[in-house]
Design a protein around this ligand. Sequence first.
Ligand code: WTA
Length: 648
Amino acid sequence: MNAQIDHNLEEIRRFRPSPEFAAQSVARQSLYTDAAEDRLGFWADRARELHWHKPFTKTLDWTNPPFATWFEDGELNVAYNCLDRHVLAGHGDRIAIHWEGEPGDSRDISYAELTAEVKRAANLLTSLGIEAGDRVAIYLPMIPEAVVAMLAIARIGAVHSVVFGGFSPDSLHSRILDAEAKLVITADGGYRKGRVFGLKDTVDAALGKGAPSVAHVLVVKRTGNDVAWEDGRDLWWGDEIAQVDADHEAKAFPAEQPLFILYTSGTTGKPKGILHTSGGYLTQAAFTHRNVFDLHPESDVYWCTADVGWITGHSYVVYGPLANGATQVLYEGTPDTPHPGRWWEIIEKYKVSILYTAPTAIRSFMKVGRQIPQKYNLRSLRVLGSVGEPINPEAWIWYRHVIGGGSIPVVDTWWQTETGGIMISALPGITDLKPGSAQIPIPGISLDIVTDEGEPVSGTDGGLLVITEPWPAMLRGIWGDPERFKETYWDKFGDKYFAGDGARRDEDGDIWLLGRVDDVMNVSGHRLSTAEIESSLVAHDMTAEAAVVGAADETTGQAVVAFVILKERQTVTLTNEEASEQLRAHVARQIGAIARPRQVFIVNELPKTRSGKIMRRLLRDLAEGREIGDTTTLADTAVMQSITDQVR
Ligand code: WTA
């Protein structure tokens, strides 16, 4: 095993696009030269590929940094661009969504049908008093109504805040409050790992904590499980939608009309509501989706496995693909239900040609073995994408060979909730591929790697990734907190956006991502904050103090590992195993199952500096089974020994 890893760490093969692929490639080398010659003109041209009710005359306004506007005097309707436009162009019969439920029920929805559903939903929202600028929370499983709801909200100029269905009542509650949502759209339940999970129950619990802004809850019937009902507040989506007008005209909204808020973890305990607007966001989502995945909308079947609760689901399930008139698969469930070949079965069934997923998924398939995917016909695949965390060369090669049959491009895409769209990626058909590296900025994006002082690093030194020029899909702020927006991303370097990732360039100038440099963990491609999990742990009665670190994990990239000091009295009533189990369950309940620590170690002390700061670096050494690093700045250097004895 070690020999194999060593071998792959030295992976130096380069993969040139095949001549056949290059010949039919959507992307052209000229994109790079055009963008280098006239960056703003390049983006303006990309924006003009959308439908504008009123054309823009200004491209970028950066006179008040870090607050940018793009295409400011233009007007468009995002949903019109994703729907009506394709129907009017004669593609109404094209399948927009092949939807596959976890239990095996399925539904094909054409662009004409999707447009019709969104029109009705838009009328329904208006009848419930939702107006342009109002916020609507969405808490849904991966069912077509999730897409319909997002587009209907966009269509009337309102703002959606999608909350991932795995989040707890507390997490949902704080997001509803922060955005002052007027309406929550949910379902009775969803299917996951063969079981029904009750979403409406979670909404009830969240609203039970008090949410004065919420007037209504719209409930999609998915699983048919019993739900509690509050007359006057709760409404069945299906009943209501049947009563509204079928016709709806998409009105124009300014390019900078807020489109959505999406909460993500930061370095403090409180999630940040990342704000995205319309014209620039859609421009970059559509452009990158078409070029990075080499999308041929008339023949490709695209599948992005992300949940709509994350940014990847926003940009590369909803807005990018639909703006491009793509046919895509939407799957409700988990990769291994009801059997471990579920994903490959779906690819075979729909002849998926482009697959976009996360390294953590690939690594878990590697663990189970190639004999599972090899039972299915995956020959329809022609482009593979990766996102969410660095993809190790070993997983890259496995992905290309076992899933891709050994000859198709794998693109590793780096970006963030904040960037709105892909920023670093190879373009298949153009770039020579290099396993493990995200490679180069996409055309029109300017970035750099700098030292802590903001100076460009020399040669192949590691440093901090910064974005040096505004880009169309950039976040426009943190909802309700302009100060935090400046502080988090801009104060460090003044005029450059600080991404929070470490990176280096190799001899060829290709970029390698080195992981987060702040207190943000990346677990299965999901961002979690150490501070948020620590505050959840100390909120438990039995906890005196807690420290959380992200420790390297073979499958999930990083895993949450917690070190907890119990209050005196607990230590007599519970064993350490019991306390640890209770605390793991507590975090899952408070934040969501994705935040459940892999391990909770009960300890007597935590390593602190003389000024009282916890030295997480040492705890990470311990959690990763490494020799403990430099302890000289500890107030009490014997502490690490005592913790190590307790943990090992
Ligand atoms: C990490 C997900 C290495 C990175 C789209 C970033 C990656 C954070 C990659 C954003 C990649 C994402 N290689 N690291 N290809 N893609 N990341 O906001 O640390 O959920 O800052 O957006 O994921 O996570 P987010």
